[in-house]
Design a protein. Structure first.
Length: 151
């Protein structure tokens, strides 16, 4: 099992969506531990409750424990790609309404037009996209636009 950040805190706030800063839970799924730590640190400093995992499988485990308010999902991972996980989430009644922000370092693969790329896959379009390397201000602005301020 990869690095898991703040698992107990995530489980303690389970079922308290929308209840202030600690109610705004974010699940980060990225196979790079340093990136998970970066996203978690930036978001926690603004009052969000963040859980980070290093694989799609671990992400699914946490989703079964409780629904986050938002998912940050890396597009390319070794065990299951972010695209496949995103498709699965949007087909599942339990998770289809959770906003997902896709994080990618492969702009050329998507051709620069993220919306058109996903429409071509015949799947729902993510709530937002962020290009690697992710700027902390862009991350906070994107999350804030979707969830509102943490506090």
């Amino acid at each position: 099992m990869g690095v898991v950040i703040h698992m107990q805190e995530y489980l303690k706030t389970k079922g308290k969506r929308g209840a202030g800063a600690m109610g705004k839970k974010i699940l980060v799924i990225d196979d790079e531990p340093d990136m998970v730590t970066f996203y978690c640190t930036v978001l926690e400093e603004k009052g969000y409750s963040v859980t980070g995992v290093n694989s799609a499988q671990e992400g699914l485990h946490f989703l079964e424990a409780g629904k986050p308010d938002l998912i940050l999902l890396d597009l390319i991972m070794p065990d299951k790609t972010g695209i496949n996980l995103f498709r699965d989430l949007k087909k599942d009644e339990r998770y289809k309404d959770i906003p997902v922000v896709l994080i990618t370092g492969i702009k050329d693969v998507m051709g620069g037009d993220h919306k058109k790329f996903f429409e071509g896959l015949r799947t729902r379009v993510p709530a937002a996209y962020l290009e690697k390397p992710v700027d902390p201000k862009a991350l906070l602005k994107t999350v804030g636009n979707i969830l509102g301020p943490a506090a």
